[in-house]
Design a protein around this ligand. Structure first.
Ligand code: PLP
Length: 225
């Protein structure tokens, strides 16, 4: 069944528009990043046919296997890397992605700057902030974030567009969203990637420019394969 993807996509877009209006924001202010990780091309294609052009993947190898063929089929795609990036995959990531949302440490910033120079391609970068300071989670710690953001801009001269966070599961996400918004404002950064299937209306109320939504569009992920 592919129609369910198109139906869910329409529902999600309606909910994004409603949340935007409730927040006094213009419809179209918030970009939907459709998170297609674990789903194959046949499941993604209905979303593409319905006009969706911005997608998120969390693994470089998986994206490399799926997206070059889809890019050939559908022009104007915008592919976001939303998962942790190992330094040894930077070359592939710069080649594949239009936006890298998981910039979270100096060694990665340095490797990205070098590789962008080599390839002459400069995907936009978002700094991922570990807003809940969770030990198992990727992202720069809030206490280190201001200095890291400045270094990304002035030392490594990366094309830094904004910030991303994944609030702790089971917590009220709003304080995390607000902290991220204040941090972005402090640094004059435009993009705020925050909000997933369960909390995107709250993220939009707090100023999200990008919501990353997987389950609500594609259904539950099967990791058993
Ligand atoms: C998987 C993932 C999402 C999407 O989560 P859903 O709850 O399925 O909407 C968003 N952001 C990141 C970083 C993810 O890894």
């Amino acid at each position: 069944m592919d129609n369910d993807v198109q139906l869910h996509l329409t529902e999600v877009k309606t909910q994004i528009a409603q949340a935007s209006l409730r927040a006094g924001r213009a419809v179209g202010d918030v970009a939907l990043v459709a998170v297609s990780k674990t789903h194959d091309a046949d499941r993604i294609r209905p979303a593409l046919l319905a006009g969706q052009r911005v997608f998120g993947e969390n693994r470089v190898q998986e994206a490399k296997a799926k997206w070059p063929a889809l890019r050939a089929e559908f022009p104007n795609l915008e592919l976001h890397l939303i998962g942790p990036l190992q330094t040894n995959k930077v070359k592939e990531a710069v080649a594949l992605f239009d936006v890298i949302e998981s910039l979270d440490r100096p060694s990665l910033a340095e490797a990205l700057a070098k590789e962008m120079g080599k390839q002459g391609k400069r995907p936009l970068c978002l700094v991922q902030v570990n807003s809940g300071a969770e030990p198992q989670k990727a992202g720069v710690l809030p206490t280190d974030a201001d200095a890291f953001i400045e270094d990304c801009k002035t030392r490594w001269r990366l094309p830094l567009a904004g910030l991303m966070c994944i609030p702790p599961v089971g917590e009220n996400p709003e304080p995390h969203f607000k902290m991220l918004g204040e941090m972005a404002a402090r640094h004059g950064l435009r993009d705020l990637s925050m909000g997933m299937s369960d909390d995107f209306p709250a993220a939009i109320a707090c100023g999200a420019t990008h919501v990353r939504i997987g389950t609500a569009i594609f259904g539950r992920r099967d990791y058993s394969a």
